[in-house]
Design a protein around this ligand. Structure first.
Ligand code: ADP
Ligand code: MG
Length: 584
């Protein structure tokens, strides 16, 4: 084929591909335009999760009628005059690309009126073809309606996820913008009742609840720091409140939601040694720096920024969040050992801070630094897992650090991680009952109310039948709240609210929630949450019961997530270490 300049329809579709990926990207661009226009109120309505309609109405300055046609051209912007401006951008937009892009892949109508204009104007664009400008009565501000997104790019339509997923993306986006702009009133609705509605009264903590649920929002810690023109505000979770992934970490830089930022590592450093391995904090942090300190022109959807002095930004965030963490001494989570039917002593807070996952034996000889099986130190955790071998009968010696059990077997000493072991025990019992299609359920005398974030609540609702299979009786109960009425008998004495939260907290954003999940995965999650924790003092009877249960497990040597439940120090190894045997 000879080289040709692409026709404008094609090049604009290519450009649109960078900016408009899904309904949530349309919402993002339109909301950013509204904020740039100084709106105090931004109202978003969608239909069919944004596929058939995204409409954003604002009360901002509006677009002059004689500029409306220009506004939808590519590279048309009122926010940038010359190249130098690029390095001191104070608006969210500057590329002049959003309206042109959206207009090329949908049927878009813009209605706008300036405060000083007697009337408004309306313009329609269909698949990039611009219609005639009409004069029309309209309130001050701008309304952009985007209908039938990707109607002319069927290939793109195929990439859209299920409605629930697209809806969640819109919801997550708007909730975060609401949090970043607490002085602006935000509304999101699909159909008649709004799913998000903020007052614009500047109170961020009230909006936090929409993002994380009431209970979590209540526990979040305030962050406030101001140094050499760098300002940080927002919230981070106390060390006892964590997630299994980084998805609940949100950063805004100069009013812009940025993803994949090195600032996330700065935050994680602040939590260093305070969290268990594989756990992440929740955070919503807003950093303001002088515009010339960031380059915002590094990503087509403006989802990344580059700092002029990355180290300064990094250490600022790291220090500010660490300080916040240490200022609020974490309240120890006292977990009565209800699972075991006996009250436990209150737990030393140090134990809730992450000693559970690593076995620290000072400077251990390599032979005992990993699980060892039947004299084969090379065995890896994964082949341990596949190896269906029972453990020998163990004689309990006691508990150390309220975290590990010590036991003697015919072939040496065993250290058992009580949490991992209990997780294994619960999991096998539950799966055995499940295999027999008979999970006894225990009705709760007093049904328990659990409130969840809107996103979690929406995910859960589709899963009620799966939960019933597993012995949970759960019912929606008011807005974003659920009532737990029965739990598997196995968990009868545990906290039903914790069980339910365990079910929803770790869902991947993009996976069809639970729908395609295997029940075993869910069961694993619940067992993990409800197993006895590291730091819980167990009575001798409880310790013995745990060992006995573990001995009956099919795969006693690992927890359902593959971590070892025990470390074996063989007689042979002990003899070598003490120089009783082998070369000195
Ligand atoms: P950019 O935001 O990068 O400038 P857009 O394509 O999003 O590019 O918008 C083009 C121009 O249209 C903006 O520069 C602005 O002048 C005008 N505009 C768009 N949306 C609005 C709005 N909601 N209120 C006022 N002006 C708007
Ligand atoms: Mg814009």
């Amino acid at each position: 084929m000879p080289i040709r300049i692409l026709p404008p329809e094609v090049s604009s579709q290519i450009a649109a591909g960078e900016v408009v990926e899904r309904p949530a990207s349309v919402v993002k661009e339109l909301v950013e335009n509204a904020l740039d226009a100084g709106a105090k109120s931004v109202s978003v309505s969608v239909a069919t999760a944004g596929r058939t309609l995204v409409q954003v109405a604002d009360d901002g300055v509006g677009i002059p009628a004689d500029e409306l046609t220009l506004a939808i051209e590519r590279h048309a912007t009122s926010k940038l005059a010359c190249a130098e401006d690029l390095f001191r951008i104070a608006t969210l937009g500057f590329r002049g690309e959003a309206l042109a892009s959206i207009g090329s892949v949908s049927r878009m109508t813009i209605t706008s009126r300036r405060a000083d204009a007697p009337a408004g104007a309306r313009l329609r664009v269909e698949g990039g073809i611009i219609g005639k400008l009409e004069k029309i009565g309209a309130p001050v501000g701008t309304v952009v309606s985007v209908e039938d997104l990707f109607y002319n790019v069927p290939a793109r339509l195929k990439f859209l996820k299920q409605d629930a997923t697209e809806r969640r993306a819109i919801d997550a986006l708007l909730t975060r913008y609401a949090l970043a702009y607490p002085d602006v009133r935000f509304k999101l609705s699909e159909g008649n009742s709004p799913s998000l509605h903020t007052t614009g009264d500047g109170d961020r903590r009230a909006i936090l609840a929409a993002l994380y649920g009431v209970e979590v929002a209540r526990q979040m810690l305030d962050v406030l720091a101001d140094e050499e023109g760098f300002k940080l505000t927002g919230f981070i979770s106390p060390t006892a409140l964590t997630r299994s992934n980084r998805k609940e970490i949100t950063f805004f830089v100069n009013g812009r939601w940025v993803q994949d930022t090195p600032l996330t590592s700065a935050l994680l450093q602040a939590y260093h040694t305070l969290l268990m391995v594989g756990r992440y904090p929740l955070a919503a942090l807003f950093i303001e720096v002088p515009p010339e300190e960031v380059d915002v022109n590094v990503h087509p959807a403006k989802a990344e920024v580059r700092f002029r002095s990355p180290d300064k930004a990094f250490s600022f965030v790291q220090r500010a969040t660490r300080r916040a963490l240490l200022t609020y001494t974490p309240v120890p989570q006292v977990m009565p050992s209800t699972l075991w039917g006996a009250p436990s002593r209150s737990v030393d807070p140090a134990w809730s801070l992450g000693h559970a996952e690593s076995v620290d034996l000072g400077n251990p000889p390599s032979a005992i630094s990993g699980p060892e099986v039947e004299g084969n130190p090379q065995s890896t955790i994964s082949n341990l897992q596949s190896q269906i071998s029972n453990i020998p009968l163990l004689r309990l010696i006691g508990q150390i650090g309220a975290t590990y059990l010590v036991a003697e077997g015919p072939d040496g000493l065993y250290l058992i991680d009580q949490h991992a072991a209990h997780e294994r025990v619960l999991f096998e019992k539950l799966m055995a009952q499940h295999g027999k299609k008979n999970i006894p359920a225990q009705a709760l005398l007093n049904p328990v109310m659990v409130d969840l974030s809107r996103a979690s609540a929406e995910m859960l609702v589709t899963q009620i039948p799966v939960l019933q299979h597993l012995g949970f009786d759960v019912e929606p109960f008011g807005t974003n709240a659920y009532q737990v009425r029965a739990v598997p008998s196995l968990f009868a004495k545990s906290d039903p609210a914790a069980a339910l939260r365990a079910l929803v907290e770790d869902f991947e954003e993009d996976e069809a929630p639970l729908l395609n999940e295997i029940e075993a995965k869910i069961a694993g999650r619940v067992c993990k949450r409800l197993a006895v924790k590291a730091g819980q003092v167990l009575s001798a009877d409880e310790q013995r019961a745990l060992l006995a249960d573990l001995e009956t497990c099919a795969s006693p040597r690992t927890c359902p997530h593959g971590r070892p439940t025990m470390i074996h120090l063989s007689v042979d190894m002990l003899e070598r270490q003490f120089g009783r045997k082998g070369a000195r």
